[in-house]
Write a protein of this length. Structure first.
Length: 435
């Protein structure tokens, strides 16, 4: 029989056990951060009906989804968790208590070109508040983003905040509202493609040089909160939308600071627009200061009318999303992950003969009940091979039970790091490993 070469499609990552242990630990940290802040967990299906999921997205979104037909149904795999969440809230609105605080940690799929920091299959870790119009909640959500990145212990970070209404108000002032969606997408790429290319793209949609100058002048405003707020107040735009955006930005920043975001962790960056169409007000991105090439690892914003495609009820929302796969891969490529743990086990419990099986099994049950991961060695294997396995997997202890130990009611515990071996009672073993 001919052999098939084992290989994966591009953009679909998988990890070694050592990597997966660290990855799972990061997921657990994020989940704990969200849930301790009162964001209850939900899950939505990987597959959504195309007519439902793409009701708001359109444009580039339709090019990014994995889509297929099965019988008479047109399905897409969700490309993010925000739109499925809007569908979920609209569908279950009579069963939910608003404001609804939701967390969701699942894989998403995007049919886009694979590149550094961008996979086709990856995890998103979202937290949202639905049903609150006051942008003070935006600041609390930004505080959650800061607390979560701190808990991951990945180094100093900066949250870059903006309000889309500043740009929208400027569009209205310049009478270029018809091109607002396209302009938002162009400006959002300023850091990636540079000013010259941004000007070229603006010219392609009919923007004159004077309007481009003014838009770029605003987009370049970036820095400490008080400094940029002062410049925005003096920018000379009197449009009501702009003024409202400035007021919202100030209020969200004050709430973020009250929610524990430190002064050096938050800056205003007027180039932040977020490419997706559904953001309407507050938007922000988070970068790790010594991994800027990685791009944003936690982003989000306010979407005041996302659920309007599914219900007449007003369901404004604001949320964050941690790109855990991008962050993990970035840390791995820089050698900043401790990958020494090859196994979740803290101990191997070794039976020296079959008569010790019962005692070994009983000790294994007690260890696991105490929260100590362990594996049992019941096979007819020489102790030297078990010790070698513990060494290779970086398992710290081998617990040995043979005829002598059963007679004495003890366990021989071998510390694989020091090489020392001592005899302890079962209760002492449980205490030692539990600590």
């Amino acid at each position: 029989m001919s052999k098939v070469t084992p290989r994966r499609p591009s953009g679909f990552p998988e990890y070694t056990p050592a990597e997966q242990i660290v990855f799972n630990g990061m997921l657990a940290t994020i989940r704990q951060s969200y849930e301790t802040a009162g964001f209850g967990p939900i899950e939505t299906p990987a597959l959504e009906l195309a007519e439902v999921l793409l009701a708001k997205g359109g444009g580039e979104t339709e090019q990014e989804v994995f889509r297929f037909e099965k019988g008479s149904k047109d399905y897409v795999m969700h490309y993010d968790l925000t739109v499925p969440m809007a569908r979920y809230v609209a569908e279950h609105q009579n069963d939910l208590v608003f404001p609804f605080r939701r967390s969701q940690i699942q894989k998403v799929w995007r049919a886009e070109r694979t590149q550094k920091g961008r996979s086709r299959e990856f995890y998103q870790c979202d937290a949202d508040v639905i049903g609150e119009t006051d942008v003070a909640i935006d600041g609390e959500v930004i505080g959650l983003a800061a607390a979560t990145i701190r808990a991951l212990n990945v180094g100093a970070f900066t949250i870059r905040i903006n309000n889309r209404k500043l740009l929208t108000g400027l569009y209205e002032e310049l009478n270029v509202t018809d091109q607002s969606t396209a302009l938002l997408r162009i400006i959002d790429k300023l850091e990636k493609i540079g000013e010259a290319t941004v000007r070229e793209e603006m010219a392609k949609i009919g923007l004159d040089g004077e309007a481009a100058d003014m838009l770029l002048s605003m987009a370049k405003l970036s820095g400490p909160v008080d400094e940029v707020l002062s410049k925005l107040r003096a920018f000379g735009v009197t449009n009501n939308t702009y003024i409202r955006g400035l007021e919202e930005l100030e209020r969200a920043i004050e709430a973020a600071q009250a929610s524990g975001v430190a002064e050096g962790e938050l800056v205003i960056d007027c180039s932040i627009a977020r490419g997706l169409d559904y953001y309407t007000s507050t938007v922000f991105e988070t970068v790790i200061n010594d991994m800027l090439d990685l791009g944003s690892v936690c982003s989000g914003g306010r979407y005041d009318d996302l659920a309007s495609y599914y219900t007449d009820r007003s369901l404004p929302g604001v949320g964050i999303s941690v790109g855990i796969t991008r962050l993990f891969d970035g840390l791995k490529s820089l050698g900043r992950l401790d990958l020494s743990r090859q196994s979740t086990s803290q101990a191997i419990v070794l039976a020296l003969d079959e008569s010790a099986w019962g005692a070994v099994g009983e000790l294994g049950v007690k260890l696991r009940a105490a929260g100590v991961p362990c594996e049992l060695a019941l096979a007819d294997t020489k102790p030297a091979k078990v010790f070698a396995r513990a060494d290779k997997l970086n398992i710290p202890y081998v617990l040995i039970i043979g005829e002598k130990e059963r007679a004495a009611g003890t366990v021989a515990i071998k510390d694989m790091r020091s090489g020392e071996q001592t005899d302890l009672g079962v209760s002492e073993v449980l205490k030692k490993l539990s600590n």
